[in-house]
Design a protein around this ligand. Structure first.
Ligand SMILES: Cc1cc2nc3c(=O)[nH]c(=O)nc-3n(C[C@H](O)[C@H](O)[C@H](O)COP(=O)(O)O)c2cc1C
Length: 203
C-alpha cells in the first residue's frame, strides 16, 4: 500500500509538458473544437497541461456559446487577453515553456494578421514571437476553403456565410511559413498531440 502511494506521488511530481491553446473570436467550429480538446485533455492528463488563452473576442464568443465554465472546469488554466504582452504568453513560448501553440479556431482577423506579421493582439503576438524562437504554431482557420459554409449561431440556429478568396489566400500564405502547420478540422488536433507526446501505458 505504502509503495503504491509512493509511486503515485512520484508520478504526480513528474514535470508535465505544456501546450498553449489559443481560442479566438470564432463561432465557427468552436463547439466541435472544445469537444475534441476535452477528449484530448482526458487522454493526456498525466502527460500534458493544457493552458487556454482567449483573445478578447474569444472570451466574448466563448461566453455567447456558454462554454466558458466548461473551459474553466476541464482545463488547467484559462487566461484572457489584456494586451499583446499580457498575459506574457509570447515570452513563455520563447523561453520554451510550451511545446507548441495551437490556435483553434482562428478567425480571419487573426489569420490575416499573423500572415502579415502584425503582432498587436495576444495570440498574433504569441504566434509570431514563438515562431521567431522556433516554436511551432498549429493554426485551424475558421475560413479554410472558398465557398459557402453553414455555421451555427449561439442560439443554435444555422447561418450561411461566404468564405471569400481573400481569406483563403491568407491561409495559403500562412501555410508557407516555416513552423506554421495549418489544420483543416478539429479532429486533426488529435494527430498533433500524438506526434508530440507519448502516452504512458496504464498498468
Ligand atoms: C458570435 C460571434 C461569432 C463570430 N464568428 C466568427 C467566425 O466564425 N469567423 C471569424 O473570422 N470571425 C468571427 N467573429 C468575428 C470576430 O470575433 C472578430 O473579427 C474579432 O475582431 C476577432 O478578434 P480575434 O481574432 O482577436 O479573436 C464572430 C463574432 C461573434 C460576436
Amino acid at each position: 500500500m505504502a509503495m503504491e502511494v509512493l509511486m503515485e506521488n512520484k508520478k504526480e511530481k513528474k514535470e508535465k509538458r505544456k501546450v498553449a491553446w489559443g481560442i479566438t473570436g470564432s463561432g465557427d467550429r468552436l463547439v466541435e473544437t472544445v469537444e475534441v480538446m476535452k477528449e484530448i485533455r482526458k487522454q493526456y492528463k498525466n502527460e500534458v497541461d493544457i493552458v487556454v488563452y482567449l483573445s478578447k473576442a474569444g472570451d466574448q464568443v466563448v461566453k455567447y456559446y456558454r462554454l466558458f465554465n466548461d473551459l474553466k472546469e476541464d482545463f488547467d488554466r484559462v487566461q484572457v487577453e489584456i494586451n499583446p504582452n499580457s498575459p506574457f504568453l509570447a515570452g513563455q513560448l520563447q523561453l520554451g515553456k510550451f511545446d507548441f501553440l495551437l490556435i483553434a479556431p482562428a478567425t480571419s482577423n487573426t489569420v490575416a494578421k499573423i500572415s502579415m506579421g502584425i503582432a498587436d493582439s495576444l495570440l498574433c503576438n504569441a504566434s509570431i514571437m514563438g515562431l521567431k524562437a522556433f516554436v511551432p504554431s498549429y493554426i485551424m482557420p475558421s475560413d479554410y476553403e472558398e465557398g459557402m459554409i453553414v455555421t451555427q449561431l449561439p442560439n443554435g440556429r444555422d447561418m450561411k456565410l461566404r468564405i471569400r478568396k481573400e481569406e483563403v489566400e491568407r491561409v495559403k500564405k500562412l501555410a508557407c511559413m516555416e513552423d506554421v502547420i495549418i489544420l483543416e478540422k478539429p479532429e486533426e488536433i488529435r494527430q498533433v498531440f500524438k506526434k508530440h507526446f507519448r502516452l504512458e501505458k496504464v498498468q
